[in-house]
Design a protein around this ligand. Structure first.
Ligand code: AMP
Ligand code: ZN
Length: 132
């Protein structure tokens, strides 16, 4: 059984932030910033590719609930909402989860430091490739 399934089954402890019929949210052990929270479905899905839309709707409702809770409790007004799906995307726990990472003035939290600036032609070709 995966580590998040064990948390859901109360076999290992977690610091719960929010729970409903479909999802659980708990503090990430490694706090990228203060209040960094993970939202997981109670059913095991490895990543976004394996998750039905209906489940994603439930998860997104919980993401919203968590952001509201962090706003009320910590005064959070800026967040990154992040999902890593697949090893190459940095996924280390293969039970779908969304990170809610509060952002603060000068928090020095860098989530995606590398970016490229393709030409408009390259963007058009890529757009055609994806759409056709
Ligand atoms: P990802 O790289 O997107 O798969 O993120 C996995 C996250 O799970 C990491 O940020 C870990 O710090 C976090 N994590 C791993 N084990 C636990 C745990 N038992 N309780 C809370 N967070 C955990
Ligand atoms: Zn699991």
């Amino acid at each position: 059984m995966c580590i998040f399934c064990k948390i859901i089954n109360n076999e290992i402890p977690s610091y719960k932030i929010y729970e409903d019929e479909y999802t659980l949210a708990f503090l990430d052990l490694s706090q990228a910033t203060k209040g960094h929270t993970l939202i997981v479905p109670k059913k095991h899905f490895a990543n976004i590719f394996e998750t039905p839309c209906e489940e994603l709707h439930h998860i997104m409702n919980s993401v919203k609930a968590v952001t509201e809770k962090l706003k009320k409790s910590l005064g959070v007004e800026n967040v990154n909402i992040l999902n890593n799906s697949g090893t190459l995307a940095g996924q280390t726990v293969h039970h779908l989860h969304f990170h809610v990472i509060p952002r603060y003035e000068n928090d020095n939290c860098e989530l995606c430091p590398s970016a490229t600036n393709p030409s408009f032609d390259e963007l058009k070709n890529l757009c055609d490739l994806i759409n056709n």
